[in-house]
Design a protein around this ligand. Structure first.
Ligand SMILES: [Zn+2]
Length: 466
């Protein structure tokens, strides 16, 4: 509890300091004191951890479109009602369902050895077992130069490098190109399958799954398998010794037709401007290898708990606070696009939107993308949450989180409370994404920051739209 205690002292001092300084124009002393009290309550509360423990334990892995994701929606509705949200609903949409199925992958030449791999989202099955020669590519650039038919009858392996651990997650987007687009080059070469080095910063034998990109309307027609970083290192060393490599591979992953998914919506209705919506959320679905604690049970817990703490105030803030538990994010932001479509006539009433989807480590920075007058409001909020160890970042930073992308495209302003992502890509999309990786104190710091920030925006009259 050391972190929480240290932060609680800082927050208590900040309440005292509000009584010493004059009122500012955009945030009143009373609002600042309420925000500080919210932070204190959040740091003392176990609600967030209880939520992510319940989701990961009672529901477990919840792949977009699966029966488990349906159970997660029912769980979300029950939770929203129990916590006293004013309106709780599910907004359904239809999506294609991809199923992982069973995979066998092993080294065959120069000797037999099991490899730890997993299919990438959208991959096709192998039909029968493939046993064939491997063509090694040092990185995605080398693979992108493949000539038509050059890989006929063979398996392509695209290597790369371990992600460098960083607070911001920089480098992930670039490294991820081999996961997203590698199959398109392998298919051009007429390869029978593609194997890729997992996109992650860990040296454990856990493969990292993740969705591939479509090429226009087309998904991969070959199996595409990510192997763990140590297995990729091993293949690289064998290749460097000049050894011919062959693999045995059998994958059952495939598309299984349309199913229904949905977004769970929890509203705290505003007391003065109920039509104006401050949107926060996370995604309810997860990959199926772990229990989706860090990605994104944490985001669900952080945003739901923050709103639940605000709901305990004597009076609702002026604007509506909406928690969206987005469905089917991992498999292509499908819940996000469905939400934007279903609410297209009302997006002008969305005051601001932000998502928590970068794990559960401490928040260190607040960034925004709002108009100049509203930037002053965000500056003030940054001062209020600074005792939590959070600094003010850029005021012109696009983003808000993956599920917010379709809203940004429609002009909805964003803020983002950036988490320390140093360990995020050790766990991301692996079987190792489980509850034990979440530090309750760090989670509570997140909830404190969200509660104060969202309360101050929801109780403000400042227009954030650019
Ligand atoms: Zn996520």
């Amino acid at each position: 509890m050391r972190l929480t205690k240290r932060l609680a002292v800082g927050v208590a001092l900040s309440i005292f300091s509000y009584q010493l300084f004059a009122d500012t124009s955009v945030v009143s002393d009373e609002q600042k004191a309420t925000a500080a009290q919210l932070m204190e309550s959040a740091l003392e509360s176990d609600l967030g951890f209880d939520i992510v423990e319940s989701l990961t334990t009672e529901i477990g892995p919840r792949l977009g479109g699966s029966e488990a994701e349906k159970r997660a929606r029912d769980w979300g509705v029950k939770l929203g009602k129990k916590l006293g949200f004013d309106k709780v609903s599910i907004e359904e949409f239809t999506m294609p369902f991809w199923d992982r199925g069973h995979l066998h992958i092993s080294l065959n030449t120069p000797y037999q050895q099991a490899l730890y791999g997993t299919a990438l989202g959208g991959a096709a099955p192998s039909e029968k077992s493939i046993q064939t020669e491997v063509v090694y590519f040092r990185d995605i650039h080398a693979l992108s130069e493949v000539k038509p038919g050059e890989l006929a009858g063979k398996i392509a392996f695209v290597d790369g490098d371990l992600l460098v651990k960083s607070q911001t997650g920089a480098g992930y987007g670039q490294a991820n190109q081999r996961r997203r687009k590698g199959w398109q080059y392998a298919e051009r070469g007429n390869a029978r399958a593609l194997v890729v080095r997992s996109v992650g910063s860990d040296s454990r034998r856990f493969p990292h799954t993740g969705m591939m990109s479509k090429d226009g309307d087309k998904w991969a027609s070959i199996p595409v398998i990510a192997i763990s970083n140590p297995d990729a290192d091993h293949l690289r060393r064998l290749h460097n010794l000049g050894k011919p490599l062959s693999l045995t591979l059998h994958s059952e992953s495939k598309w299984k037709g349309d199913v229904s998914s949905g977004n769970v919506i929890l509203d705290l209705v505003g007391s003065e401007k109920p039509e104006e919506i401050v949107l926060i959320g996370g995604h309810l679905d997860s990959w199926d290898l772990g229990t989706g604690a860090v990605d994104d049970g944490a985001g669900i817990a952080i945003t739901t708990a923050a709103a639940a703490l605000i709901s305990k105030l004597p009076k609702r803030p002026k604007r509506t606070i909406r928690v969206v538990m987005f469905g089917a994010e991992e498999v292509g932001l499908l819940g996000a696009f469905a939400y934007a479509k279903q609410h297209e006539d009302n997006l002008h009433n969305h005051v601001v939107a932000t998502e928590s989807d970068f794990g559960a480590q401490t928040i260190w920075q607040l960034v925004s993308n709002v108009n100049p007058e509203a930037t002053l409001l965000i500056d003030e909020i940054a001062k209020v949450i600074s005792p939590l160890g959070i600094v003010r970042g850029g005021s012109d930073v696009p983003g808000g989180g993956p599920d917010i992308i379709p809203l940004v495209e429609q002009g909805v302003p964003t803020i983002r409370l950036n988490q320390n992502g140093r360990d995020y890509f050790d766990l991301h999309h692996t079987p190792d994404d489980t509850l034990d990786k979440i530090d309750p104190d760090e989670l509570a710091q997140n909830i404190a920051a969200y509660a104060a920030t969202i309360y101050l925006i929801a109780d403000s009259d400042v227009v954030l739209k650019k």
